[in-house]
Design a protein around this ligand. Sequence first.
Ligand SMILES: *Cc1c(COP(=O)(O)O)cnc(C)c1O
Length: 477
Amino acid sequence: MNRSESSLGQLAQAADIPSVDRLLQLPAIALFVQQHGHRLVAQQVRQMQAQLRQRALAQQLASDELLPQALEQRFQTQLQAELQPKLRPMINLTGTVLHTNLGRALLPEVAVQAVVTALTSPANLEFDIGTGKRGDRDDLVEDLLCELTGAEAATIVNNNAAAVLLMLSTLAPDREVVVSRGELVEIGGAFRIPDIMKRAGAHLVEVGTTNRTHAFDYEDAITDQTAMLMKVHCSNYAVMGFTKEVPLAELVQIGRQKGVPTTVDLGSGTLVDLAQWGLPSEPTVRQTIEAGADVVTFSGDKLLGGPQAGIIVGTKDHIRALKKNPLKRALRVGKLTLAALEPVLALYRSPEFLAEKLTTLALFTRPQSEMKQQAVRLQPVLQQALGADYQVAIEPMFSQIGSGAMPVDVLPSYGLVVHFVGSGRAGSAMMKVESWLRGQQRPVIGRIHRDTLYLDLRCLAEADVSLLQTQWGQALL
Ligand SMILES: *Cc1c(COP(=O)(O)O)cnc(C)c1O
């Protein structure tokens, strides 16, 4: 038996690997040079060559792999993987509509169009067309925000964490901020009220207990060092049972008597009462302003359904002070954000059409029958792809709004449920399906609970049904 023979067939030696120049002359690779230029293709060819050499030295390279066609094929696969964008579209079947890790709110088409226009043409980002003088980028949405919330003034920053930071560092540097112990929130991604307070240079004064905070707790905590009373919306958890919190209007009264402002971090912050669509109610920004809050901060890409942004509304004086803080310049939004935010806000002027036009609300209110119908179309394809060890059922389930909004409320939904019916461990069998779904061209993310995989179809776009049919039809588990 020859030394270079093994289970791999004929083994290739490192010396057999063609030179970079020879590889670049292979017809398929030469074509890539025309498309992507010499520099990139040559770099990738050298990389492929180095990998082949390593395998040859490890006695793992079969001679067949050096045939021109095999080399061309290998190169094409490598280049495609290399050129694939890192930010990729996914299919969200987690049942969480506002999924922070998957990019939160999906924007309506009007917003997408506005972004394209703003990016491909000069725009009056900071230019007052009326006077020909320099403008302020906040002016583009301030009037709309005031109309929709009843506030006197508004300003926009990069996200709500930035809004809270700017608010605290402007209104409470080296002074005290009184917050209930029941509201010392941690949002995913390292946003914690006590930490942001420290970074902003404010001193946190905790009052009350985890479950109960009374008016006298706030009253007793106010000193001449107090900069503000602050309420934080418990967006991602609920305190239940024997509880007591001071209603905002009452807190505002306490503050006014002692001459200190009251601010609210609303978190999700919705502009309309969602109860009119049968959804659970959250305090709206308008209600919060009407209750007397001096400054309110909220996110643009949670319940509001717009781009990532931190929106701050409040009294003229407070907003003016925030805008003068040099941090505002560091935290300001770009034109993409403003271009997308304006048309989204404009949709709220005609609430009659909101459920149809605002993508997130359309998803929250999607009829169960529609999702069930999609499930009926997808079930046989997935069953076929997974084989007899799995059973794919069509079942009702519950989705979540997500992003901390209304953590205890759920939306009745429909989807596919994958049970393991083969022999062996269900846990690892489910991990195998999860990884298969994630590894496809358009990665699909579901939710595993007790060795069962749930694919909630609430967020499945109609166009993606056929995409999934093709994708699952092609690659068996
Ligand atoms: C989500 C949230 C934040 C952070 O908002 P981002 O827009 O994610 O920066 C802050 N406070 C509360 C109460 C929240 O719910």
